[in-house]
Structures are given as structure tokens and as C-alpha cells.
Design a protein around this ligand. Structure first.
Ligand code: NDP
Length: 307
């Protein structure tokens, strides 16, 4: 069985920052990329709030830079998904892709979070046929068409603005009477003429012959049914942490986020640390993820040194 000093699971800003710090501490970190190499941020268009990029940077560009920086200090980046873990002994065992077993002295979990769906049967029925949770990935297919974005947070605004540049019209379906997004994003949405916000509306179903042709909504102010003609239905209602594989082993909160000991990145298992969105239900920013990856690597180095 292969033995590692430092194993990092996940390749978003948290995982790569941890790899940079662990690499510079001579720990020869190995990082498994997981389902989405580069993490969720690669599905974002422009990142304007990551320090050091005064002109902004694409999600993909930022992750390329972080990967190169980690590799420069000896981190090894591998493709593969961790499918099970056994943290019961001092050496932490993980299985990759259901077959490769590896043991590590210490582990950093940085598996991030994935987009949430409403839970409607039609989302499954029309998966890949009009339903998407990533405007940057799929927006191109809806050129000059009408689409809807569900949600009222920063992600929903960002998706709506991106789609407004490609599509004929963008509806935002918002369940409350206000947006939750930051002021700057709200302002941009309000100022975009081809975005129409349907406040206090909820989606009941989707319809269409060979793909989405429309959505049935309910106006919750008066209970009336509203039908909109759309070809694309984009979800932007938040995220679920990717912690399934750790359930029962690592302490999770009621929403499934990893719980860390106060003021640290340490989980309930000694030598196992968590960083990034997987352990952060609050901030969920690339920069906070990167910062927690740094903290996790520093704590991991100290743990190995004191062992
Ligand atoms: P948020 O949790 O902030 O917003 C989720 C939105 O989806 C809310 O409007 C919420 O409504 C709505 N929603 C949730 N569940 C449902 C449902 N079942 N049906 C209908 N609507 C639903 O998530 P985001 O992904 O937007 O943002 C997460 C974090 O990332 C935030 O801290 C945000 O600031 C940050 N972010 C920052 C960006 C930036 O700085 N440019 C870009 C993207 C994200 P309700 O308000 O009623 O709960």
C-alpha cells in the first residue's frame, strides 16, 4: 500500500492553497482532484474579488495559477475520487476510485460543496435537456432564447447577469419579496433590462416535449398559477457540502458541513483537517477557502512534527 505524509482531498482554492503550504514545508503532498478538477470556482466566469487580480480573473485561470504554484513546490496532483475512508487507526486509510488503497500520516479534506436542486421530479426528467446548475457551462446552448434562474443570492445574480449577455430574456424566480445578494450584484441585476425578477414566485413543474419549453410557477402572493415560456432552467439556490463519504467518521453539522474544533481546522479525528466550503456554511468565498487551506496545512505540519 502506498504511504504518504500528507494527503489532500479536493482541488479547489482550499485544496491547492493547502498543497502550496504543505509543499513548501517539504511534506510532498499528494492532492486528489475529485469530481470537479479545480472545484466549483471553475464554473464561474469572472472573479473580481480575489486579491491580487486588479483586472479580475476567470475561475479556470485562477485555478490554473494555483495548481502551477502548488506543483512548483512539489505537490503531486492526481485525478481520482476518494470513495471510502478508514480513519480508525493512526495511519489514515483512503480508497480512491473504489480500488486504490493509500495510507497517509495526515489528511486535509477540501471536497467543497455542490449545487442544490429544488427536488422536483422534472429536474431529473429534463436533466441535460434544459435543466442546469451552471450558467457558464451551459449558457451557450441558450443563445437568443428565454431562460430562468432560480434563487435570489449572489450566485443567482451572477448567473442571471451572465445569461443576460447571451440570452434574449432572463427571468429570476425568487421565493421572497427581496434579493439576498450583495448590494452591488442587486444593482447590476436591476439595471439589466432583459432580466425580469419574479418576486414571491415558486416553481411547481416544468413542461416540454423534447426538452424544457416552459415552467409552471405559483405566485405566492395570490396563489395564482403563472406559466413562462423558457428553454433553460438554471438552479442557483445554494450548495450542499460534499461529505457523504465521511458521514459516520467525521463529525458533521445538521446540514452536513464538517465541524472543526473552535478556532482551528482540526476535525474530531486527530490528524484529519478540513478546509474550504466543506467546513464553511457561512462565507463560501474563494479567498476564505484559500485562507482555511493555509491554516489546515500549518496545523497539519505542526501535528506531524509533534507526533
Ligand atoms: P445563498 O444561500 O446566498 O442564496 C441562495 C438563494 O436561493 C436565496 O435567495 C434563497 O432564498 C434561494 N433558495 C434556497 N433554497 C430555495 C428553494 N428551495 N427554492 C427557492 N429558492 C431557494 O447561496 P449563493 O450560492 O447565492 O451564495 C453562497 C455564498 O457565496 C454567499 O455567501 C454569497 O455571498 C457567496 N457568493 C459570492 C459571490 C461574489 O462575491 N461575487 C458570487 C457567488 C456567491 P431565501 O433568500 O428565501 O433563503
Amino acid at each position: 500500500m502506498e504511504h504518504l505524509q500528507c494527503l489532500i482531498i479536493g482541488s479547489g482554492p482550499a485544496g491547492y492553497t493547502a498543497a502550496i503550504y504543505a509543499g513548501r514545508a517539504n511534506l510532498s503532498p499528494v492532492l486528489y482532484e475529485g469530481i470537479q478538477p479545480g472545484g466549483q470556482i471553475t464554473t464561474t466566469t469572472e472573479i473580481e474579488n480575489f486579491p491580487g487580480y486588479p483586472q479580475g480573473v476567470t475561475g479556470f485561470g485562477l485555478m490554473e495559477d494555483l495548481r502551477k504554484q502548488a506543483e512548483r513546490f512539489g505537490a503531486e496532483v492526481r485525478s481520482g475520487i476518494v470513495t471510502s475512508v478508514d480513519f480508525s487507526c493512526e495511519k489514515k486509510k483512503v480508497t480512491v476510485d473504489g480500488k486504490t488503497e493509500i495510507e497517509a500520516d495526515a489528511v486535509i479534506i477540501a471536497t467543497g460543496a455542490s449545487a442544490k436542486y429544488l427536488g422536483l421530479p422534472d429536474e431529473t426528467k429534463y436533466a441535460g435537456m434544459g435543466v442546469s446548475a451552471c450558467a457558464t457551462c451551459d449558457g451557450f446552448f441558450y443563445r437568443k432564447k428565454n431562460v430562468a434562474v432560480v434563487g435570489g443570492g449572489d450566485t443567482a445574480c451572477e448567473e442571471a447577469l451572465y445569461l443576460s449577455g447571451i440570452c434574449n430574456k432572463v427571468y429570476m424566480i425568487v421565493r421572497k419579496s427581496f434579493l439576498r445578494a450583495s448590494d452591488i450584484m442587486q444593482k447590476r441585476v436591476f439595471e439589466t433590462p432583459n432580466v425580469e425578477i419574479l418576486f414571491e414566485h415558486e416553481t411547481r413543474s416544468l413542461f416540454g416535449e423534447n426538452g424544457v419549453e416552459g415552467a409552471v410557477l405559483q405566485d405566492t402572493k395570490n396563489g395564482k398559477e403563472v406559466r413562462i415560456a423558457i428553454d433553460g432552467f438554471f438552479l442557483a439556490i445554494g450548495h450542499t457540502p460534499n461529505t457523504k463519504v465521511f458521514a459516520g467518521v467525521i463529525d458533521l453539522d445538521e446540514k452536513g458541513y464538517i465541524q472543526t474544533k473552535s478556532g482551528t481546522q482540526q476535525t474530531n479525528v486527530e490528524g484529519v483537517f478540513a478546509a474550504g466550503d466543506v467546513a464553511d456554511p457561512v462565507y463560501q468565498q474563494a479567498i476564505t477557502a484559500a485562507a482555511s487551506g493555509c491554516r489546515a496545512a500549518i496545523e497539519l505540519e505542526k501535528y506531524l512534527r509533534m507526533k
